[in-house]
Design a protein around this ligand. Structure first.
Ligand code: FAS
Ligand code: PHB
Length: 390
């Protein structure tokens, strides 16, 4: 097989890149090791920044998003029995849209296939070769056979556990990492959300988040110890803990319902630099991870490939190399802004098992400052809705 850009991974990054290349008349093939069914039903992120919504709309993927996405103009911070709304749109003029990552993936797959795009499912990339040549090769396995995809460039969009990052020779990449002493237990429940906007709660027993997917589906999260076994959390225990951490304001209670899915996600901050090597370009979780507290993961992936799509268009259209050469530096400016914001939101809202008393006081002071200082609230808001340019 031969194409212009070989893409490993059919998550938001890989699919959006393939779509953007198509709009520029550039051929690509997406290799995805999982089935279409699997990737379209994998429950992950839920919040789109204004910039991501604008990108989906201006590239023709926004029709269902416009119909089913829920525009939110604020979030609530809940602590010490108080409830404080951060009026993000009032402060920034921008908003977020709640629309599940799996819906974005479904819309992108549908668009690619409708346009005759090549997305090969159950095709696992096993090795990238010739990255320092003008014709790299992606070795992959499909239907029990070894196959090769010859291309001009490789886009590594295969997430944290993919093969692309490992294809860069030792000594090239610098890794920056932080792991957190807690994880998130995520629940998808058939229960009408008892909130109009997302509620981030800081409780003495730990963090909780009340999000949503539709008027009928709630998405909730609980801070749990880092090595927690999901088997230790029967539904009753989950609901009891969510009630404890969220029902802290008078006259309000959450809505319970059948749990459709529950899983535990570890929390880490992770970046490798540079995000490119020779003819390999890395994007999304393949090259950076943020704790989901700031709802940045999927949005960063889309921002990376928006840059990469323009860079490939300049190379193929005008034989310009400057945007491709400058991809990593340009992407990393937004990556590090999102890394800081995600770390800051995580540190402000989570409690440690053996909380350092000084840290606990700093956290309380930060929360108090966010809800009393318009300047600090604006800082949170502009990062949360997404900075137009960094
Ligand atoms: P993805 O991981 O989405 O996609 C990579 C794709 O590559 C996958 O489909 C994988 O199957 C495929 N792949 C891997 N190796 C391959 C190989 N060798 N060959 C072919 N294909 C291969 N972000 C938020 O903002 N909010 C959240 O609440 C949130 N929750 C999350 C929960 C979980 C369990 C996880 C893992 C992540 C969560 N994230 C969240 C972050 C998540 O949304 C990512 O940021 C987003 O999926 C990044 O998109 P991609 O970079 O496309 O990577
Ligand atoms: C979600 O709805 O899945 C969600 C929302 C906000 C976050 C993380 C996850 O910070």
């Amino acid at each position: 097989m031969r194409t212009q850009v070989g893409i490993v991974g059919a998550g938001p990054a890989g699919l959006m890149l393939s779509h953007l290349l198509h709009l520029h008349g550039i051929e690509s093939v997406v290799l995805e090791c999982r089935s279409r069914e699997y990737v379209e039903h994998r429950v992950r992120a839920g919040v789109l920044e204004q910039g991501s919504v604008d990108l989906l709309r201006r590239t023709g993927i926004g029709e269902r998003l416009q119909r089913e996405g829920m525009r939110h103009e604020g979030i609530e911070l809940r602590f010490d029995g108080e409830s404080h709304r951060v009026p993000m749109t009032e402060l920034t003029g921008r908003a977020i849209t709640v629309y599940g990552q799996q819906e974005v993936v479904k819309d992108l797959i549908a668009a690619r296939l409708a346009a005759g795009g090549s997305v090969l499912f159950e095709a696992e990339a096993v090795r990238l070769a010739g990255l320092d040549s003008q014709s790299p090769v992606i070795h992959f396995r499909r239907d029990g056979r070894d196959e090769q995809l010859h291309c001009d460039f490789v886009a590594g969009c295969d997430g944290f556990h993919g093969v692309s990052r490992g294809a860069v020779p030792d000594g090239v990449l610098r890794t920056y990492e932080r792991t957190y002493p807690f994880a998130w237990l995520g629940v998808l429940a058939a229960a009408p959300p008892a909130v109009d906007e997302l509620v981030y709660a800081n409780h003495e027993r730990g963090f909780a988040l009340y999000s949503l997917r539709s008027p009928e589906i709630s998405r909730l999260y609980l801070q749990v110890p880092p090595d927690e076994d999901i088997a230790a959390w029967p539904d009753e225990r989950i609901w009891a803990e969510l009630r404890t951490r969220l029902e802290t304001v008078a006259g309000w209670s959450l809505n319970e319902g059948p749990v459709l899915e529950k899983s535990i996600t570890p929390m880490r901050s992770f970046v490798v630099e540079p995000m490119q090597w020779e003819r390999l370009f890395l994007a999304g979780d393949a090259v950076h991870i943020v704790p989901p507290t700031g709802a940045k993961g999927m949005n960063l992936a889309l921002a990376d490939v928006a840059l990469l799509g323009d860079a490939f268009a300049a190379w193929y259209g005008q034989h310009r190399t400057d945007l491709l050469d400058g991809y990593s530096a340009a992407a990393l400016r937004r990556v590090w802004r999102a890394q800081h914001f995600s770390w800051w939101m995580t540190s402000m809202l989570h409690r440690l098992e053996k909380d350092d008393p000084y840290e606990a006081k700093l956290r309380a002071a930060t929360l108090r400052y966010v809800v009393t200082s318009p300047a600090y609230a604006t800082s949170l808001a502009e990062n949360y809705v997404g900075l137009p340019e960094v």
